[in-house]
Write a protein that binds this ligand. Structure first.
Ligand code: ATP
Ligand code: MG
Length: 222
């Protein structure tokens, strides 16, 4: 199993109450294997991003654990976890993740620069596939919302990690670009990556190997 969340729950600390009584996520178990694309849908506030962040090593669960290649990621120290995350997991965040002082190309290559490695992926081909090649030297401040989305997907594909976790990767995109993104994610799965996608768009469902639905922190198979 590539990545597995086992009975993960989350209660957020809030300022008013030390610990919220409510679970944003209740005892959820989910695994994604190599070559699979798994899709999670559900209403706003149901706990989808919470689960994705827990799986990404970005949010420690209140209980339960996450295994990546059989390793319990929250048992690692911060430094170990961030290096492991960088090597293994490509995250397409729901919000914006651009660094505005860097060009599109530099944003995409940033993890390489930080960790002193070199992806074997062809950045020009990825940008062309995503209809972003003409923006290679542009700055994020010069991009539309949809172009910013495509830039963060290009970054995840370029980083060539075994796991891709994408949070609403097609929001802000028109039909044509939604289609491009679906194809890119499906292809990544077909090439052997484990792909997990949170989405509102039902267009993506026919491409999924499995579909789950989140309701008030409880996940069920569709
Ligand atoms: N940092 C936080 N502190 C406190 N509560 C939070 C925090 N982040 C999320 N929550 C709460 O946890 C619940 C689940 O949030 P989450 O972001 O996982 O939902 P979501 O399904 O991704 O929603 P959306 O579709 O709007 O992105 C919500 O009730 C939200 O208000
Ligand atoms: Mg969300």
């Amino acid at each position: 199993m590539m990545i597995e969340a086992v009975q993960v729950s989350k209660r957020y600390d809030t300022e008013k109450r030390k610990m919220s009584a409510e679970y944003a996520l209740e005892s959820t178990t989910l695994s994604v294997d190599k070559g699979e694309m798994v899709i999670l849908t559900g209403k706003s506030g149901s706990g989808k991003t919470t689960l994705l962040h827990i799986m990404a090593g970005l949010l420690r669960p209140s209980s339960g654990y996450v295994l990546i290649e059989e390793r319990d990621i929250y048992q690692m120290n911060d430094k170990e976890l961030s290096a492991f995350r960088n090597r293994k997991i490509g995250v397409v965040p729901q919000g914006e993740a651009a660094i505005y002082s860097l060009t599109v190309e530099e944003n995409i290559k940033l993890p390489d620069m930080i960790y002193g490695r070199q992806s074997t992926q062809d950045i020009d081909k990825i940008l062309k596939d995503m209809d972003m090649y003409h923006k290679k030297k542009a700055y994020p401040g010069e991009l539309s919302g949809g172009e910013l989305r495509r830039m963060s997907i290009a970054r995840a594909i370029y980083q060539d990690t075994d796991i891709i976790l994408a949070d609403e990767p097609t929001s802000d995109l028109d039909d044509e670009n939604t289609n491009i993104v679906i194809q890119m994610l499906r292809r990544a799965a077909d090439e052997g990556k484990a792909v997990f996608v949170v989405t509102h768009e039902t267009d993506l469902l026919p491409y999924a190997d499995r579909h789950y639905i989140m309701k008030s922190g409880q996940m069920t198979k569709a």
